[in-house]
Ligand binder design. Sequence first.
Ligand code: ADP
Ligand code: MG
Length: 696
Amino acid sequence: MNRISELFGSMSFNDEVMREKLPKEIYKSLHKTIEEGTDLDITVANVVANAMKDWAIEKGATHYTHWFQPMTGITAEKHDSFLTPSGNGKVIMEFSGKELIKGEPDASSFPSGGLRSTFEARGYTTWDPTSYAFIKDDSLCIPTVFCSYGGQVLDKKTPLLRSMERVNEQTLRILKLFGMNDVTHVSSTVGAEQEYFLIDRDVYNKRKDLMLTGRTMFGTKPPKCQELDDHYFGAIKPRVMAFMKELNEELWKVGIYAKTEHNEAAPAQHELAPVFTTTNIATDQNQLTMEIMKRVAIRHNMICLLHEKPFGCVNGSGKHNNWSLSTNTGVNLFNPGKNPADNKLFLLFLCAVIKAVDEHQDLLRISVASAGNDHRLGADEAPPAIVSIYLGEQLTDVLASIEHDTDYTEAKAQRMSTGVHVLADFRKDTSDRNRTSPFAFTGNKFEFRMLGSTLSIAEPNIVLNTIAADVFSEFADRLEKAQDFEHELKALLKETIRDHKRIIFNGNNYSQDWVELAEKRGLLNLKTTADAAPHYTDEKNVALFERQRIFTSSELESRRDIMLEHYNNVYHIEIETMLEMVHRDILPAVFTYSADLAQMIEAKQAIGMEDAAGKGVLTKVNKLTDELYRNTAVLEDVNAVFNSIANPMERANYCRDHAISAMDATRKAVDRLEDLVDAKIWPYPSYSDLLFSVDS
Ligand code: ADP
Ligand code: MG
């Protein structure tokens, strides 16, 4: 434990370090900025910059970088040296407040969705003092937001910070109504559980598809997949253990407390859960976690796969976004307490979230949409593309009793006798966590489970905070005007439950029955990114984001287009990769095998031997080869059309309607050939080779 406490945060310029290294006044002033969002004074910034630099140099850093999150979804950094020429041929180590606060990356190639023309291409970066600076690879990394000169948002952090501010403002209004005047700040908190695969690096290096696209474009199902469930929570292999140990230490150093790690459902799949923190720090930490995971894996000659669906036959990887609201006095606002039926404050926040999720199903779906995640949502392994809330029976009964003015025990008894619950396979235990729900209330927080494993958690949390803040503000408006607060509150809860209970579903989200029932309830089912993206700029959503001052309508349009372009680019690369693999590796291997067979058959015939088996296999191989050739030709044609479409929305629609099925057909033929062709000739490691590559 001693070693851990020594390591923990040793590379993070955290509160403790700031308190120690900064003069009292400066520390206080910085704290005010962090807590109240006041502007940072340049004199304060100068002192902080100097202390940060001295601390970083002491830790061996030579460079600093403004670490930011452009709309690519990954982090970007530009390194500058602390060294400044001092005039006499010598150098001194310098870092000023100006350099801390503001950076100017030449960032014209980051996607901006048309927001910046090249003449004003230089966005600028500003220090985000609410997230701690840290040292990585001898560089002091300064968490930063990224904007254009016109003030347009070009990154994921700026809107996230704005959305946190809105939640704070609106939650405080509600708390005031409940007499909680001691609370001065409310933060949205997040703990992001991260799934990933580990495979051996040598095997990975033989798979072009994994290297170019992050997923296998081909691969027949191995004899053993995840049927036995022997991996889930099973014993961790020594090599993986060594990786996890080092990963933990690296994470601890930068102040990320990774709490649990266990094997997931699929072979070679694992999960990491950090201790929760404020949303923006959690976002930075999750980005950093993914980056460190990949780096540590390489040191162990493994590759960490963060793609949502690296393998066809086993579960893909997701991310669970545990979200809650917590006051500076330490109260979790989603804590139901012992008696939720009497906890009006809790019920109000709960109902607000129910309304927010119901009214903005589209935005939650959009916030997790990507080409990779489309493979998971609705595929019997991850929640469906339909957004619904799991509350558990107890809370559902509490809400029913409010709606119908009955008492809680009565409502419960009624449900038991009439069996109102639609699907009978739900367990009676109220504490049971329904793993199939996309948005589950899990005791004192909501767990949003639709996120893909590579996704930045910024986007879903921008949406969560914004939609929550919007409903809180509506509720506050109404309750502030009320003559009789208790009466109005009761009416508000009742109405909200009546109007939005359709979003509550405690049953099995994976079942076909639910798809049909959800449709009857009028819930959205936006199956693919192409279906979801256009809703980003629906009138309702533009109004919401403008009302909450998160995005302007042109910023929303740009984000929609970036999303679509990314989707199209992913498919473009995947199709090109497939075509190259088929033409240059797979067909040649199949031809070799066919020639070998033909030669053998001929040789046998020459000495008067019939070869039924050889002929049988050759016939099958030949038929499949023809099929593969035809399907690949179709894919080539489709690709040509796909590449000729300029409009990103039309292109995405074409992809959904034509490209994906052509890709599937090509893959099917290849996978059936892999089942038949000599393993020694097949050009790529098999799924067994990949999934069981880390076996010691
Ligand atoms: P489980 O029983 O599902 O493992 P945990 O309490 O361990 O639940 O939490 C799972 C994840 O949820 C962790 O990453 C944890 O940090 C996070 N979490 C717990 N409480 C909160 C909260 N109040 N706000 C945000 N995230 C939370
Ligand atoms: Mg979870």
